[in-house]
Design a protein. Structure first.
Length: 185
């Protein structure tokens, strides 16, 4: 006995790129397998003949059945695409958030204040360095004034006052004319 073909594949699938048609054909095949399984269960496990499959082939080949397969296929594809798009969107958002946080960290890093202990050490080092520089300036001023002909005294007051005074020797006036006269005598 020759086999009857209903050519439903060509009625559901327009070309090789027709995704909805391929899904619709898979739905048709699923219905056919369900029909055969039910037939075998009701008939003691015997395989259906071509004559037994005729009612299924007639019903599944009607325009309403073909439209139903295509409609269900488009719903499946739309659900799949929506889920895929939602997952992709979530992945992109997560990736953007992670990249955004990393970029913000790099931007804030130069202006972020140092930890408290680093600020304390930095301030202490500035104070020590400032005191050392002040001491050097004061010592160099003392050194310069010490080798001059005049003598000076420094006075530091209790309120933070400071003054430099020229020491005048009461036994000998500091006039250059007086020095000349004392040399001639």
């Amino acid at each position: 006995m020759s086999r009857n073909y209903n050519y439903i594949y060509s009625q559901l699938v327009e070309d090789k790129a027709d995704i909805i048609g391929h899904i619709a054909y898979a739905l048709y095949k699923e219905d056919k397998i369900d029909y055969i399984t039910k037939f075998k269960h009701e008939n003691g496990g015997t395989e259906p003949t071509e004559e037994d499959l005729k009612p299924f082939n007639i019903i599944s080949s009607t325009q309403n059945s073909l439209d139903r397969y295509k409609f269900i296929a488009s719903c499946i594809l739309q659900t799949f695409l929506s889920n895929s798009l939602e997952e992709s969107k979530k992945d992109v958002e997560d990736n953007m958030n992670q990249n955004h946080l990393a970029l913000m960290g790099e931007v804030i890093k130069p202006i972020k204040p140092a930890p408290t202990w680093k600020c304390y050490i930095h301030g202490t080092l500035q104070s020590v360095l400032g005191a050392f520089i002040f001491m050097l300036l004061l010592c160099s001023l003392m050194f310069i004034l010490n080798f001059s002909e005049n003598q000076y005294t420094f006075t530091f007051g209790g309120k933070g006052d400071a003054k430099i005074e020229k020491v005048v020797n009461s036994s000998m006036p500091n006039d250059s004319i007086f020095h000349e006269e004392s040399k001639q005598e």
